[in-house]
Design a protein around this ligand. Sequence first.
Ligand code: SF4
Length: 285
Amino acid sequence: MEESVRLQYLEAMGIDVWIPRHSPVVAEQAVAAPVGWASQSAAHHFDAPDNEAAPTPEHPATDETAVNHRHAEPAAQTAESAPPRKSESDAFAPLPHHTDDHAWKDLQHQVAICRACSLCETRTQTVFGVGNKHADWLLIGEAPGRDEDLQGEPFVGRAGQLLNEMIRAIGLRREQVYIANMLKCRPPNNRDPQAGEVDACHGFLKRQIELIQPKLILAVGRIAAQNLLKTQQPLSRLRGIRHELEGVPLTVVHHPAYLLRSLPEKAKAWEDLQFALSVYQSLQL
Ligand code: SF4
């Protein structure tokens, strides 16, 4: 990937990057900023060559904790680096449309009336999932937060906005991927999902995976990664590895709400997204 493109992605994710004042990238960016990117440059110019953002006492590089989620308007795609997409025939081959639609409606109805765990007692509504039902990329978070419970959509608000930027970093828009949670109902006070709740709800997620037939699953956040992979290992040990869920390759990335609280970790999220993209691209070969 060209350095200028990399800087543009980092900018979209809000990652500050220090580059030498006389870098050719500076001149290149000064000439043309691509449509759809934030107006402020991510490249902060200085004379010293060292550009690493080190953890600080205020922002220690710790593993993430459970969080809240949200969303915003999709951003423009940079066509140059967008990963290859399914052809029409490939994307729609698994099921005829009418069968597909019926299966989705049936599943959505089952979720809406589900009372398989106690979370049904406290939810405002179920949060089924959103996006392209034939997406190559399936993003799975842990559970709805307060705003998701109120709006009925996963990843809304500030964390959702950052998730959208993270999606841009892999060359896609929010509506081109599918976004779901492990749990379809909000745990009270945003507590961590309990094992019994994850088990009770897994059938719905499994069915979503069957219907979407994604090429890659991105587990968003420590809680989702640990539960989906049935491990207690910290996210730091799960990063940079191609895992598998329901026969589909899976990689992990930090939760955007965690990244909002731990800005130095954004660089790791960038690495994780690039790793996910490399896994995805290897599947196209
Ligand atoms: S969290 Fe899942 S299993 Fe529990 S009530 Fe909601 S839809 Fe049903």
